[in-house]
Write a protein that binds this ligand. Sequence first.
Ligand code: SAH
Length: 271
Amino acid sequence: MVQSAPMNAPEDSRPETEVPDTQAEHGMALLKEGCAILDIPLDETAIAAFALYYRELVTWNERLNLTSITAYDEVQTKHFLDCLVSLPLIAEELGTGLPPAKPLRLLDVGTGAGFPGIPLKIVTPAIDLTLMDGTQKKIAFLEQLVEKLELTPARVVHGRAEELGRNPEYREQYDLVTARAVAPLTTLVEYLLPLVRPGGLAVVFKGPSAPQEFMEARRAIKVLGGEAARLAPVEVPFLAERRFVLLVKKIAPTPAQYPRGQGLARKRPIV
Ligand code: SAH
């Protein structure tokens, strides 16, 4: 499986969990500086929300194995800023200001511990957020997190993308559908595009394999109603890794036979 973040690092490579003292926790210095570099407004309420998010993440991680990234600085860069780096591109593509002020329905597919959905929602209160994951144990964490962070409107859904994509309650209902580290792109576009409303965007976060994966997924994007997409190299502040954000605009309804059942998006992707 192609992953854009080292989510499945072996246990023994996991950095020691350090929950910093209250003062340091509210510092979020790297996040603040990174947002300044990215021109993303970050107020005190947002900083406090990120600090609380950090604390919840490392606390629950002891039981749930949500992420291999738990060090204070690394969570700010590899999780928070890695997600936020997409925001200027999304705003540009939608033709809105930064952060977008118009109501946007966002579905985050395979959100795991809430990435990228929660960071995007914290800095963009106008987002109507739906977090979705196929793993039940993550749902309890997400539900209490949404409550603690007082994220509204926001909800958590347990389900698989390829099933929700066939359910009229979800199909073609979202302005934005995001995914980070969920599946190879040829599979992922079959998960995401059926959920995007025509005129909306699928936003995919990828690592160095992005250009190759994009080439391979071109036909699938077209078949599923997407338009020639924009693959943007991005620089995450304080990270040297090569990162990409792929933005696919949906221009036509997805044909009724997609997403296919029986794991076909995964086992036999459209090529
Ligand atoms: N997006 C998060 C988590 C990545 S791990 C991040 O970037 O940190 C991949 C997650 O996708 C897991 O939580 C897994 O349960 C979920 N997932 C994988 N395939 C899925 C599918 N078909 N439908 C819904 N969730 C899926």
